[in-house]
Design a protein around this ligand. Sequence first.
Ligand code: SME
Length: 151
Amino acid sequence: MDYGILLSTAKTILNKEENKIEHKLQELCDLLQQSVEHYDWVGFYFANQEEKTLHLGPYAGLPTDHTVIPFGKGICGQVAVSNNTFLVDDVTAQDNYISCNINVKAEIVVPLFVSGQNVGQIDIDSNTLNAFTSEDRLFLEKMNEEIARLF
Ligand code: SME
């Protein structure tokens, strides 16, 4: 996968004038899930700072029961608190993990910062062990910087 080309395609989607943010993020989820073989589920969660919860936004892949996740719970909830990207090679090795689907083996969660505040995250699940590398991390961190411009 050429992440440079994927990032340009993502920018084209994000820079479209006519679309709502939700539509752009949905298009982005569909693009990533279809373009990268090891991205089996791609979705966004957004933070409610008062309630300290994450809420599922646009996603591509199987539906999940986990549409609301408290801060601190699971990989997603931990990223809401730590403000750091969390790359999981093997989800069975994690105590604080919320399973959305028994086929998932690895996960990466990258926080989305808007004006320095952690407002949400992109969450990607893979059905392949050790699926994610620093290349995925860099690509997704750059993509989130582009998304942040829309807010
Ligand atoms: N596995 C995540 C929950 C979200 S699902 O992957 C869609 C977690 O542990 O936070």
